[in-house]
Design a protein around this ligand. Sequence first.
Ligand code: ACO
Length: 387
Amino acid sequence: MGFLTTTTTEHKYSPGLEGVIAAISGISAIDGEEGKLIYRGIPIEVLAKNSTFEETAYLLLFSDLPTQDELENFKMDLVEHRELPENLLDILNSLPRDSHPMEVLRTSVSFLGHFCPDKDKDSRGANIRKALRIIAKIPGIIAAWARIREGKNVIPHNPDLPHAANFLYMLHGERRPEDEEKIFDVCLILHADHGMNASTFAAMVTASTLSDIYSAIVSAIGTLKGPLHGGANERVLYMLDEIGSVDKAEEYVLDALAHHRKIMGFGHRVYKSYDPRARILKEYAKSLSEKNNDMRYFEIGDKIEEVMIREVGKKGIFPNVDFYSGIVYHFLGIPRDLFTPIFAMARVVGWSAHVLEYLQANRIFRPRAIYSGPIDREYIPIEKRSG
Ligand code: ACO
């Protein structure tokens, strides 16, 4: 057998694990050529139109749409677990005010793990309870941090409000108009799962060692944070600001492409056509821009899209979920650095669903690397090493 090296191996190496099948899953599927996404068999457009975040979360976690009773119980469970412990608020108050909210979220979820009543249990029931506690608490962590860093009071959750509306309420200290609450609910549905993406894989790798769900979600948060994954959405708005006006958009894109700079919010490992989530978000970005009488971001974005599709559409590069979500969140009054935490607030459902599913037939993830270093190298005593 010997070492697996660049000269001895016939193994296929797939940079970034592209095309590697790492699991069998019944949770969600993407048709990258046709631009389709289904959750448990139901098209994303159908869920966006008819479902709620809570109902979709139930579907992803437990395979089927809930009955009325099941949905009520699930919603009650989530509400019951929303409250943040006082010692977590103390921790938030002690963090540097310029910490990125994704760092704060990572620390907070890790901290919560210490106090979970099911901490030392790893049955499926205990794992589900842990997942629900994390899903329920993440909105409160994000909203609390957004206010604490500005020296404002933390707003307690409103048990009468659903997950999405309650987050906006805790963030702003008052309710947003109903149409905005609905749009935000759909945003959470659209971000709730997406197959074997990097952060989901990170969560599964951690869980596959039979570590705990808190650790798996912490791994996922750290992975989502990067600009090639969830961190692209806030960068899109910085780019729109940098461009400034629609007449400069074409030149900006052409210059970026000529210098091999990526346009944030475009391209995807799996989609080689228009991301169906971006299609829905684009409509919301447009309607909110119209409602606010402020078309600047939308018009720049639309122009970027036109130029990108003309220039690199043939390479399969189209807008992804991150391109228009930022404009939507901007008009919901959400600060830019909360865009990725909001992604996490929705995607924690997918992370949990995949971990719970994988643990049912767990096998530790352990790929191999082709060794490209020297073999049979001499050990030189330190006193004889030069340089
Ligand atoms: N702008 C310009 N060119 C791009 C872009 C882009 N956004 N994305 C890919 N390309 C080009 C690359 O330059 C490369 O061109 P080449 O073959 O001429 O060298 C080709 O398309 C393939 O790109 P890769 O980066 O190798 O594709 P990969 O599948 O590894 O990466 C990724 C996918 C990371 C999403 C990439 O498209 C990207 O960096 N996009 C910008 C960041 C972004 O929007 N991330 C969010 C993704 S969605 C999500 O995670 C929620």
